[in-house]
Design a protein. Sequence first.
Length: 415
Amino acid sequence: MTKTRGLLVRIDRAAGGLAADLGLYLISAAFALLTALSSTLLPHRAWGAVAAWGYLVAALIVTTQLVLRRPAGRALLAWATYAAVVLLPLVIQAVQRANGRTDRAQEEVVVVEHMGESLLHSGTPYLSRAEIAAIPLDERLLGYRPYQPGMAIFGLPRAVAGEHWWTDARIWFAITTVVALGAAVTLLRSSRSSRVRAIQAATVLPVTALTLATGGDDIPVLALCLLALALAGAGRYGWSGAAIGAAAACKLFALPVLAVLAVLAVTTGNWRRFLPPALGLPLLALLPPLLADPDALVENVLRFPLGHGLVTSPAQSPFPGYLIAQSLPGGRVIAAGLLVAAAAVIGLLLLRRPPRSAATAALFCGYGLLTAILLMPTTRFGYLLYPAALLVWATALSNHTATTAPRHDTALYRQ
């Protein structure tokens, strides 16, 4: 393991980090070009046609830096590439959609915008089971809103101001992401190379860029999780609780990160600052739908994801949990049992060897979410962006100078 880590470090640091940068941008350009030529999803094809050029320009700039042996400006290039491969194709698709194109956004964008409309007009972002049943069968899937109530905020601009490019939910996903990531990066006290890798993982990795430009509801949630970890590493547990609380108010994927950060806050004696906003914001977001129609909340947030809705979720990727659920007799029960067992093991490890730094908390979150994604009977390939970004950020957080947590914590590796 030490030899492997040493090899990865040497690769990462080769030519001042430029060699790995060049590989990243070239591989990303190839991925974008392949997506533009072969994807069956039209929003993805449109993204690839624009993003491929952005990645190629970034690769050309890195090549020039290699020739001149000037690795300065790598972080600036990462942000500029983010603008070229995420923000530019996103705005193009939003403008085309506002002008009448119906194939310039994934379904989750429409769902989030419908949540905003429902919240504005009925006080709850959810439709009841009866209302969903009244929708034509081929459109019924879009009647479900399997997100936490806070996600409806991103749909409010279109509900209030109408159909414009700037009211597209993805625009507000992107704004939230840039603000959260920008704040998180300023809190990092690790090496310059580690910060660059952290920025790249959260912005220009193809799975992240494609997701935000075409759908994007996961990206602001991920950005808020990364911000919460950075704030905890800086000893600002009250604000960390607010960031992860906001993320959990939007999507259940943030709850494992909240749980790990809560253990960190208790371990370091900061739970009084962390827990009120971390738990209060998700609970506060639940109040309107609970008061308006609690059964609609249960139908959308619990029954549908668990496979008990009127239609089945199309989220399917060939990971072990899905393959077990589809291939073995009683496979869905077996997969669910494996998921629960894995959660129990991780929970026990958290209690016996709790994290004492934000870096170790990020490792717990990354490996825990990776395990969950692999074992879930219904999942998406794009969800891998969560563990990928969290594990890279663990490195960026590992050299933090905050006095509230030790600089080196080997909780995950102690025998």
